[in-house]
Design a protein. Structure first.
Length: 394
């Protein structure tokens, strides 16, 4: 095995055992599940509610019982409710036709079932108010529309809208940020720590600067990909654990193979750009805190498309959206956002990828030079002029 391969293997095995990696990889999905995912996963159980027995007291004299139990007086309804002969009852007041207001009573709190009860009562009221009308008219009144939104571009091309259309690119952006920034920060911390404790001197006695940097970048890239695979596995497992929710999501989400391929390309290229920058920053920084501060500039820049994602989604072909699609630090997130919302011209995709690949190669070469020239400068922070000299040297 080549030297850079040995280094890559060591970096991978070392970092996947780190507490920080385990916390982010497994802690973040658990947190998201606890905050927002658990109610969705429990949706299937709320869709199969117990059967409700509903009574009513009609003070207008306009309503027929249908499938509900009618009571002449509220006291009789209360008695049956407390005796558990019915689960709910509602009172239709004299002025119902003017106000539309009714009062619903139950023997226990049931937040999950309240919507089901309201739906059943609404159907009951509509069925009575529209009696004499045809069955399909009554059904249509109960559910007057089943709508979908579509967007038509200047060429007349139609694309489907919806919350899931936006969630997919936003999810990609979040995964991209967390995975790449975590991996590249591991690289930054590793370089600074090895520089501080002088382990770097021992390493450089056996390998070249380029092999050392290449091994670290590839090894931590594999860490990032492992993290993404674990997140995908957890997500798919949780989704499949509830067939009802899975059916709803799969029906709404429409992800094309080309977008998945492009997303993978942008993910890998974007990682190499950020990792190479972090390696250069780590070589320049004298302490871990200083390195984090310097890296913050690039992290904020990379997160800019997510910060202005609402604007990009609303204006995918605006000048700012296009500009962010071509800049190396912002193109991965920006282009995936645009591809998920609108049809991006092929030449823009090609130019964006070429710029990203060329920038990756250029940044790696520059980082190797900075890495080589400044790595063994312990306790001294190089000036901007010295950094420029490092870059200019062959």
């Amino acid at each position: 095995m080549k030297k850079w391969g040995i280094i890559a293997k060591h970096e991978y095995l070392y970092n996947i055992r780190r507490k920080e990696f385990l916390f982010v990889t497994f802690g973040v999905p658990l947190f998201i599940l606890a905050v927002g995912g658990l109610p969705i996963l429990l949706m299937g159980s709320t869709m199969t509610q117990e059967e409700y027995s509903i009574g009513f007291v009609d003070k207008t004299g306009l309503f027929e019982p249908l499938n509900f139990t009618e009571y002449a007086d509220v006291e009789f309804a209360k008695k049956d409710l407390l005796d558990k002969k019915i689960t709910h009852f509602f009172v239709i007041p004299d002025n119902y036709t003017v106000t539309g207001r009714i009062n619903i009573f139950s023997a226990k709190r049931d937040f999950e079932g309240s919507r089901t009860i309201e739906d059943q009562i609404r159907d009951f009221l509509l069925g009575n108010l529209l009696k004499g009308e045809k069955g399909e008219i009554i059904e249509r009144a109960k559910k007057p529309m089943n709508s979908e939104f579509f967007t038509m571009d200047e060429k007349g091309e139609i694309s489907r809208e919806g919350i899931f259309t936006i969630l997919v690119p936003i999810a990609f952006a979040m995964i991209f940020m967390m995975s790449i920034f975590t991996s590249s920060n591991f690289l930054l911390q590793g370089v600074v720590e090895e520089k501080e404790n002088r382990v770097m001197e021992i390493l450089l006695s056996s390998v070249s600067y380029k092999d050392l940097l290449t091994g670290k970048v590839i090894g931590l890239g594999a860490v990032g990909l492992t993290q993404v695979l674990i997140w995908k596995t957890i997500g798919i497992t949780l989704l499949l654990s509830n067939p009802i929710v899975a059916a709803i999501v799969l029906d709404k989400v429409n992800i094309s193979i080309p977008i998945l391929v492009l997303a993978s390309m942008y993910f890998i290229s974007g990682y190499f750009v950020f990792a190479s920058i972090m390696a250069g920053v780590g070589a320049i920084a004298t302490t871990s805190r200083e390195g984090q501060q310097m890296a913050g500039i690039f992290t904020i820049t990379g997160a800019m498309p997510l910060i202005v994602s609402e604007y990009i989604i609303a204006n995918p072909n605006a000048l700012l959206s296009k500009a962010l699609s071509f800049l190396p630090l912002t193109s991965p997130i920006s282009m995936i956002l645009r591809l998920s919302i609108t049809e991006v011209p092929l030449y823009e995709i090609i130019i964006s990828i070429l710029i990203l690949v060329a920038s990756t190669y250029l940044i790696i070469e520059l980082s190797v030079r900075i890495f080589r020239a400044s790595l063994l400068m312990y306790g001294k922070k190089p000036t901007i002029g010295e950094v420029i000299k490092y870059v200019q040297k062959n």
